[in-house]
Design a binder for this molecule. Structure first.
Ligand code: NAD
Length: 420
């Protein structure tokens, strides 16, 4: 029953990683089961009126993995591939990320199976508002707090805030994070994930004895995470030579002018056609020689096929789940690629989401400098913890990061008893 419900390759990945780490930790069987399986699976139908007058029914999901250490926290994704198995895997990874960063949250994830690129703004608004209405019995600032993910953005969060607040009768900004600044969003939230990826990748360069200024990078995906990763790296003097999006990849040997590229993307909606770069096969982009390769788009893009062909020194996982377990084993055996696992590398987003949630409760907004300084302190601490643990136990960074997190969750479950 469990396997049928969650049949999905991304869930299979998260489950395999968990089993491996639970073996490493010698987690007793009862705790193992309780840490692995989500507390709640919520699936709703979301009927909306399309612009042509027809009615279409979408399927939406929210998985609340754990409420043991606090409310559930995690993004909302709009993508055609969304299903319960994928969302469950992403919720599980969110739990490990929050525990690793020592945030008082459990992991959650939501998603609607739809293609936002083919929908008008009006249709997306109706979809978001109806989904939020369906979720009202299950969410709240102390229960479950959503945020943007692939295919959603701060406008989506503004519609969710408004729908929830209209229901309660007063403004409740703490119901979601990643809101626009004029709705009590946090300074620095939009760039937080990409800033974190670049910050952690720079730490790794230092640790490997390489210079940040003059290093080279390739970034897959040019949405929220990819674009801010690229901008931040470039602001530290890194030459971002190649980037891609869903439409294709581009390359410039001398490094892309990201200010010009930003204008090009704002005008055309894609990196393709940028006149200061050549087109490149998107798969070949991943195999170019560089110091930092940052996959910031989809899951399962580093596979058994291309892992032997990677020529990066650092693999900085901006996306969730970009590396399959088979590819992980190949990279571990190679030993020449410094992998920064997703739960550490892209944790900047949820960390600043936590700051936003705290600010909303305090009704007191922090400056961008305060946000970024606190973010870097917390990321630095987690980075040191993970790399130190991996070295001490002679295990991969991914196993180390998840082991620290799973033990944290297991300990709280043991303290609280059988209910949570
Ligand atoms: P987004 O929707 O803003 O951007 C996604 C980007 O990926 C777009 O540029 C899109 O064109 C590109 N893309 C899609 N298919 C592609 C393909 N086949 N090849 C190359 N590029 C492709 O999404 P996002 O918020 O930037 O999220 C990206 C990843 O980062 C996801 O895995 C998400 O779960 C993860 N993540 C996001 C955040 C956040 O704060 N937004 C935080 C942590 C992790």
């Amino acid at each position: 029953m469990r396997q049928t419900l969650l049949q999905n390759p991304v869930f299979a990945m998260a489950a395999e990683q968990f089993d491996q780490v639970a073996d490493f930790l010698n987690l007793p069987d009862d705790l193992r089961e309780r840490c692995k399986w989500p507390k709640r699976f919520i699936t709703v139908t979301v009927p909306i009126r399309r612009d042509d007058g027809s009615t279409e029914v979408f399927f939406g999901h929210r998985v609340q993995h754990h409420l043991t250490r606090g409310p559930v926290k995690g993004g909302l994704r709009y993508h055609p591939s969304v299903d319960l198995g994928e969302i469950t895997a992403l919720a599980i990874w969110m739990t490990w990320k929050c525990a690793l960063m020592d945030l008082p949250f459990g992991g959650g994830k939501g998603g609607i199976a739809c293609d936002p690129r083919t929908m008008s703004s009006g249709e997306l608004e109706r979809l978001t508002r109806r989904f939020t209405m369906e979720m009202i019995p299950f969410i709240g600032p102390e229960i479950d707090v959503m945020a943007p993910d692939m295919g959603t953005n701060e406008q989506t969060m503004a519609w969710m805030t408004d729908t929830y607040s209209t229901h309660t009768g007063h403004l409740v900004p703490s119901i979601v994070t990643g809101k626009p600044l004029n709705l009590q969003g946090s300074s620095g939230r939009a760039r937080a994930t990409g800033h974190g990826v670049a910050f952690i990748a720079s730490n790794a360069l230092h640790q490997l004895g390489l210079r940040v200024d003059g290093a080279s990078a390739v970034v897959q995906g040019f949405g929220n995470v990819g674009s801010h990763t690229a901008y931040t790296l470039a602001s530290h003097g890194v030459h971002v030579r190649g980037v891609s999006d869903v439409n294709g990849a581009i390359w410039n040997d001398r490094g892309l002018d990201l200010t010009k590229l930003r204008h090009h993307v704002a005008k055309t909606g894609t990196v393709i056609g940028f006149n200061e770069a050549d087109a490149m096969d998107p798969e070949l982009l991943l195999q170019q020689a560089c110091d930092i390769l940052a996959p910031c788009a989809l899951d399962r893009v580093i596979t058994a096929e291309n892992a032997p062909l990677l020529r990066c020194r650092i693999l900085a996982e901006g996306a969730n789940g970009p590396t399959t377990p088979e590819a992980d084993r190949i990279l571990e055996a190679r030993g020449d690629v410094f992998v920064i696992p997703d739960v550490l590398c892209n944790a900047g987003g949820v960390t600043v989401s936590y700051f936003e949630w705290v600010q909303n409760f305090q009704h007191f907004l922090w400056t961008e400098r305060e946000v970024i300084t606190r973010l870097e302190t917390m990321l630095q601490k987690a980075y040191t913890k993970v790399t130190g643990f991996a070295k001490r136990h002679q295990i991969s960074h991914r196993t180390a990061a998840q082991a620290i997190a799973i033990q944290t969750v297991a300990d709280v479950k043991s303290s609280r008893g059988l209910f949570p």
